[in-house]
Design a binder for this molecule. Structure first.
Ligand SMILES: [Fe+2]
Length: 286
């Protein structure tokens, strides 16, 4: 995998560009969070304007996974409202695709964007890799030990977990994690796989800064991170890529509750940050 280590960027500083980086959906805007310069896979925020409509039925040659941040989408008659999730395997045909009132959608593509050239009526997909729709707000959360996370005897107290997708072949996972206000852990972590997260809401204190709503990271395997704390609680969508998830724990002296923002960023992201002039070390502003 060839995506740079990004840890972390407030995605608000990355500009929206017209269309997708490969024109498969007209008249949308896209903000690329990270992209692989070898296999073309990407993580993006897509902004669909109100009244948007895809005129032609379409199937992609890559997987499309998404989580609706704002607004709603319609696909094949199903409404995907705020915090809805889906994982469409490559080849799944969208016979209708629209947004009545607009939508902002966190979207992950598994490879270089390309459209199925064959007759849409013949398009096939692997049903074992399909999650057609989850309303994550209504979904029951797990609060006890998570055996599928292969993370030893970690104490999950004060956290909630919603498993959204597990690839039956690679073991790759997508999940939501919520941390309650005041939660902290003295443990740091290392995973053998990429960990990717987007902060839907809240704050989390990492040693390299406080990641807030809209914060994003892509962390390659084997990099120690943590310990962690949260002032007011947080909700993140997380993915592991490159195989099954597991965690090695490292003891530490405890989290820094007031870290300064000192991110690891590729030069392009550093420029976005400098250009934005936004201060992400700001106090809440009471
Ligand atoms: Fe981690």
């Amino acid at each position: 995998m060839a995506r740079p280590h990004i840890e972390f960027i407030q995605s608000q500083v990355i500009p929206f560009k017209k269309d997708l980086y490969i024109g498969i959906r007209d008249n949308i805007e896209s903000r690329i969070l990270s992209i692989d310069n070898e296999d073309g896979s990407s993580s993006c925020i897509l902004k669909y304007p109100s009244g948007w409509l895809q005129n032609q039925p379409q199937a992609l040659l890559v997987d499309e996974e998404f989580f609706v941040l704002e607004g709603s989408l319609e696909i094949n008659g199903q409404i995907y409202a705020k915090h809805s999730y889906a994982h469409f395997p490559r080849g799944y045909a969208k016979r209708s695709h629209s947004s009545k009132n607009g939508a902002v959608v966190l979207t992950f593509f598994s490879g270089k964007l390309a459209i199925e050239e064959t007759d849409i009526n013949l398009s096939e997909y692997d049903d074992n890799r399909m999650i057609k729709f989850i309303d994550t707000q209504k979904m029951e959360g797990e609060t006890g030990p998570r055996k599928h996370m292969n993370s030893g005897d970690w104490d999950p107290s004060g956290t909630i977990h919603k498993k959204l997708y597990q690839d039956p072949y690679s073991g790759e996972l997508t999940w939501l994690v919520g941390l309650m206000p005041g939660w902290w852990s003295a443990k740091a972590e290392i995973h053998p796989v990429v960990e990717e997260e987007f902060a839907i809401l809240g704050d989390i204190c990492f040693p390299i800064g406080v990641m807030r709503d809209g914060g994003y990271f892509w962390r390659p395997p084997g990099i120690e991170h943590g310990p962690f704390a949260t002032w007011g609680g947080t909700l993140h969508i997380c993915r592991c890529k490159g195989g099954a998830y597991s965690t090695d724990w490292q003891e530490s002296e405890g989290p820094n509750w007031n870290p300064k923002y000192d991110p690891i960023l590729p030069s392009e992201y550093r420029e976005y940050l400098n250009k934005s002039g936004d201060n992400y070390d700001k106090e809440p502003g009471y």
